[in-house]
Design a protein around this ligand. Structure first.
Ligand SMILES: C[S@@+](CC[C@H](N)C(=O)[O-])C[C@H]1O[C@@H](n2cnc3c(N)ncnc32)[C@H](O)[C@@H]1O
Length: 490
């Protein structure tokens, strides 16, 4: 099954990349038909049908939709096959879109009183800074378990490479409606609305760059997802603020003596999803690593010059290179791994997906100020409309730092592997209590440390239970109730 899965998800695409140059990665009837033929082999193989197989087939079909020219016969054929697959999956399309369209109230979340200065966090949260952890969120009063402490919109999001043709490139919900970009074959959307927003925000330019970015990623160890997310941050910033302003703001921030402190004292720059707040996320310590990604930013600038006119007449190419390198670093250190919602009857999206699976990358500015702990006191859920919600996973005392776990499964991994992963993925040398006091079984010689180990596991369990309970509550309060197909089992 895994061979078939990988074949359907990305294999066909890479096969084509090997055969063609970047310039050839474009829509065309031949490729679209080829993908549909590959899909035919599934039927011929006569594998036992189940939701997972159909899901893999759906991905291949979506690829064909993405590669088919607009208004073409192959596009119509691919949509026909898709409808058949959806009916096999028992996913009625109308029901599906209802399932992911949640009806948020305009007055926000119940029990969430926004802070006056930073509206995306609750009034019970303050921002502090310390030598040990840098910027951090701290409870300014006792917080009860399950209280919501943050509701923030994503700044940029991107599906993981293997989910390119399953998830909406704009909001990361499952792209049941498979709305292709009318120009490039490398993204798929859940709705016309997401397609239009992405086009407006970044894709109008990104669309022309993606083919050469994908080809490069195939032939190097370069972290393509980080770079594309950084590119999206850059493109949406210049869209909103203009290139000149972005260059000016970046230079001003580069000249600041203490970026962390500056962003703490400048209210405008904390908790606002704008270029300044994002660019201030890179700390001096992290910037030491910037050389490692300079090469990829050089490539991005070259690609921007070759395939777009956004840098037309720009004389400060070195400055743009630096901004892109710094944004890549910021994305690398601050991105959160996007997970779908936990499986339950209220969230259809999860029914055929592994709920632990990491499906994409998410970055926003305020969530980036939350440090990691291997015994976290906050949980987080991603909800439709590109939002993240953080909540207290247990009661929290006034003065306690608010922490999440950066990786959903990290707490189950023992040290030293856990620390190695944190360093590799987030540049974090973890100074949380569990790590500094060696709360791991290798050192569990006495009863005391054994208890601590248990506590750590328990805290992870509690976190998951709370996440589950809160998610359920949120969806019940704010999500439109809809009927679940009878055979929609986990
Ligand atoms: C997402 S940022 C969190 C905000 C950060 N403190 C700041 O001032 O920008 C991640 C960075 O915070 C620091 N950090 C986060 N969790 C940490 C931990 N458990 N121990 C030590 N440093 C941590 C590391 O420098 C890491 O690269």
């Amino acid at each position: 099954m895994s061979l078939i899965k990988s074949l359907s998800q990305f294999g066909a695409f890479h096969e084509m990349l090997q055969e063609h140059q970047a310039s050839a990665v474009k829509k065309g009837p031949v490729v679209a038909n080829h993908l549909l033929k590959m899909l035919d082999t599934y039927w011929i193989l006569g594998l036992p049908y189940d939701d997972q197989l159909h899901q893999s087939m759906l991905v291949l079909c979506n690829q064909s939709i993405a590669f088919a020219p607009m208004n073409s016969v192959p596009l119509a054929r691919a949509y026909e096959v898709r409808s058949m697959l959806l009916s096999r999956l028992n996913f009625d399309q109308n029901k599906e879109s209802k399932g992911v369209k949640l009806n948020f109230r305009s007055d926000g979340f119940q029990g969430f009183t926004p802070s006056e200065t930073i509206p995306c966090v609750a009034e019970c949260v303050s921002i502090h800074s310390s030598l040990r952890f840098g910027r951090q969120l701290v409870a300014n009063r006792d917080i009860k378990a399950e209280e919501i402490v943050m509701v923030e919109d994503g700044f940029a999001m991107l599906p993981k490479k293997e989910y390119t043709y399953l998830l909406c490139s704009q909001c990361l919900c499952i792209a049941w409606n498979a709305v292709p970009c009318s120009a490039c074959p490398l993204v798929i959307y859940c709705s016309e609305h997401c397609r239009a927003s992405a086009w407006e925000n970044h894709h109008q330019v990104e669309c022309k760059l993606l083919p050469s970015i994908y080809v490069k990623s195939d032939s190097s160890n370069w972290n393509m997802s980080i770079s594309i997310t950084a590119l999206r941050c850059f493109l949406s910033s210049i869209k909103v603020e203009g290139l000149e302003n972005v260059l000016r703001e970046a230079q001003a921030i580069d000249n600041e003596k203490d970026v962390c402190l500056e962003s703490l004292i400048s209210e405008q720059c904390v908790g606002v999803n704008n270029f300044k707040s994002l660019y201030r996320l890179a700390t001096d310590k992290e910037i030491l690593n910037i050389d490692r990604i300079n090469k990829s930013s050089e490539f991005l600038v070259d690609t921007l010059l070759q395939f777009s006119n956004v840098l037309h007449n720009c004389t400060e190419l070195d400055a743009v290179r630096k901004i892109l390198a710094k944004l890549s670093l910021i994305v690398k250190v601050n991105h959160l791994k996007y997970q779908g919602s936990i499986c339950d009857d209220y969230n259809h999206d999860c029914c055929s997906l592994n709920c632990d699976s990491i499906m994409g990358y998410f970055i926003s500015t305020c969530s980036s100020l939350v440090n990691h702990s291997c015994t976290p006191n906050l949980g987080k859920v991603f909800i439709p409309e590109r939002k993240i919600v953080m909540f207290a996973a247990r009661s929290i005392k006034k003065g306690e730092q608010l922490c999440i776990t950066y990786g959903p499964t990290l707490a189950r991994i023992l040290n030293p592997e856990r620390n190695a992963l944190l360093y590799r993925d987030y540049n974090v040398i973890c100074l949380c209590q569990a790590c500094t006091q060696d709360w791991h079984p290798c050192d569990c010689l006495g009863q005391k440390s054994e208890n601590k180990k248990d506590f750590m596991y328990e805290s992870f369990q509690t976190l998951n239970d709370k996440r589950f309970a809160l998610e359920k509550k949120l969806f019940q309060q704010y999500g439109e109730k809809y009927e679940i197909p009878d055979n929609c089992s986990e």
